[in-house]
Ligand binder design. Sequence first.
Ligand code: UGA
Length: 435
Amino acid sequence: MSTPQPQKVGIVGAGWVGLVTGACLAELGHDVVIRDVDETRVAALSSGEIPIYEPGLEACVRAVGSNLRFTGDLAELVEEPRVLLVCVGTPAMYSGDADMTAVHQVVAELAAAGVPEGTVIAMKSTVPVGTGSAIRKELDERGLKHVGYASNPEFLAEGTALKDFKNPDRVVVGGDDDEAIDRVVALYDGLGAPLVRTDVASAEMIKLASNAFLATRISFVNEIANVCDATGADVTEVARGMGLDKRLGPHFLKAGIGFGGSCFPKDVSALKQLAGNSGYHFQLLNAVIEVNELQKRRVIGKLTKHLGSLRGKVVTLLGLTFKPDTDDMREASSLVLASRLIAEGADVRGWDPVAVEQARALLPGVDLFEDAVAALEGVDAAVIVTEWSHIGDIPFAEVQKTMRTPLIVDGRNLLDPAELRGLGFTYEGIGRPSA
Ligand code: UGA
């Protein structure tokens, strides 16, 4: 990996994308200032506290030293020309459309602050197609014709974000101003990634379509798993056999209890609404969303198959975050599952290696544990919700003796069914044959 020509970079938003991107760009040698409106967050970051759990991030921030600074003042980002990466949230609204309030606020603030010649604004936030051209118009109307604009979507996944940044499958930059595109492309020089240099609208669509297609693969394999459940095939074997076909590839074929997180649910819905607002009914995405909703509930059927009514039964959810190696609980399957179980009359316990604190506010009525063995003592069933590697360290031979009913519903097909059945457990996976 060679290093690029250092540039001055400003990042708007010290959320997960802004922090990871800022730290990695600083590591590449760029001079990075990150601005956030949350002064408490800025103070914590300035004193070396990292408010999110992302493997390697804390060490990276420490290592880059003064190449990475934090501020609450937008004026600092426009004191001199920089590439300004917009990394603010675009959460789903009730309508399913992306909420663009924060993006438009940033543009308004930049216009008010006065942006110097030579500044390029690059959009990293995931936005509906058409946002770039609307922002270009807004910039022009607000007297910022001299400011360049590009779309530069991010493809980092939580838990592996630093690795993803350093080994990108591609860098996508869309724009209609060659100089602006060149400046953004040059940030990533030396990473050796294939470059997709394109127009703004196509760059915006590449991001939405990539996430929607990955989500489609997951819902597809989940439906295959459900048919496996009904017919006796093993979805893990099916996915292995499918994945060896080079045209299909092995990724995102892990069946389970559905996708969550801050990206897939929101982006699939945003693309569906974008299509609808443009007069096109995107039927396939409706199915992707519905399959995902129902998939989270399949656990209930598997529990009642063995336990009958769940009223008064004690069920432990192993893993509460939407995936391992993150403390993020947004759209996590645990949220739906816990409330569904409570509605069925079960007593619900939850264990997670990093997110017990976050879970307190989000899972009222769930008894939370930091120790998995204690969380499983005396219970009627364990449900694997998140495939944390820590679950492999649980001494299942001992736990089998302390559970009231030794039933495991493995919502991520993490464990070896034969091994667990050998220990005396009743094991149910998703799309794996019952014994
Ligand atoms: C996703 C994309 O993978 C990133 O490329 C993208 O940049 C990011 O969204 C974003 O838009 O910011 P992320 O949400 O962090 O990243 O997590 P993924 O690893 O993609 O997993 C998403 C969900 O799908 C998780 O709940 C995971 O458990 C589930 N999943 C994933 C499956 O159920 N099966 C699979 O085979 C893969």
